[in-house]
Design a protein around this ligand. Sequence first.
Ligand code: PLP
Length: 394
Amino acid sequence: MKIGTTHLFVPGPTTVPEVVRRAMNVAMEDHRAPDFPDFVLDLLADTKRVFRLREGRVLLYPGSGTGAWEAAISNCLDRGDRVLMARHGHFSHLWVDMAHRLGLDVVCHDVEWGEGVPVEAYERALRADPSIRAVFVTHNETATGVTSDVAAVRRAMDAAGSDALLLVDGVSSIASLDFRQDDWGVDVAVAGSQKGFMLPAGLAILGVSEKALAAAEASSTERCYFAFRDMIAANEVGYFPYTPPLPLLHGLRASLDRLLDEGMDDVAARHHRLGEGVRQGVKAWGLELGALSPRWYSDTVTAVRLPAGIDGAAVCRTAYHRYRTSFGGGLGKVAGRVFRIGHLGDVNEVSCLTALAAAEMALLDVGVDVEPGAGVAAAQAYYRQALADEEATA
Ligand code: PLP
């Protein structure tokens, strides 16, 4: 019999904190009850604070991040619209695929996996073609552990005089990394509940600017379940147009309380510290990161490149069976060549050390020549110093 916790270090779904799990354990209730709006209106207002969105709206659909992608496209764009996208990992690849399948005219920049959105190329494309209606950014490419610079894309759009919409996939960034929807002029930001929000999958969460809401009114694409207009009409008075996933909404309440109590700046700072410690650990193993330069380092997920002849799937299998620890495997083009450590959501220094310890054992078991203890020791040293520095400046 296996005793003790199974450790979850995939980059989503993430560990659901006890307080959130308990909050979801509710008796079923009437989602049309007279006092239900008291709960819903506060929930929507507080979710906006996580997106740092003052104007516009947050919309909650039963669904996952993929549903949020579809809601964004089908509401704000028309078939045949020209859009600018970049493909630099499995998830940006899938979003491009969806855009094609929904009839958009995609101008796609293929970038080496391990790099992020090519801002200068975007600016050139926007200057050359004013007909581009939307610019897409995968803020955090979960498959390669790469974070792109959304603010720089907004500056490039402004410099090019573009009035396109800016659509951002924040599935593995929102509620973990620094994210500023208003300041960065993001028109639609999409998230899913199972990552930074520390919930089970099941909620597609969108932040939508006033400009995107106006685009949705003007767009003639067919949509029904995901129609912004229906959701907004019901949300306006604190209800949903169809039965909402009530336990998830209660879980979201608890998750928002935790996030807002910590403060979004501190949430981002914690993820930065934890991510940096994990990177120090990987470097001490002598292994390369999936992100090809420090400017792309992701503070929510670290992809680790493996030496030739080592199968990433074997690392994950060994960690899972021997050490009851789940890591993410390589996806798409990098399948077998990397494994990924998720460090987002309900994580702290010691949980990240646990991840590094388990990974270290699995790496040794499959034949990677790492010095036993080196990764953990490097991360410990980093965390001790970083926390001491923080205390000294507090
Ligand atoms: N976008 C990114 C960056 C992701 O990491 C994921 C899932 O991991 C998705 C989109 C798809 O989200 P979901 O699996 O919730 O549909």
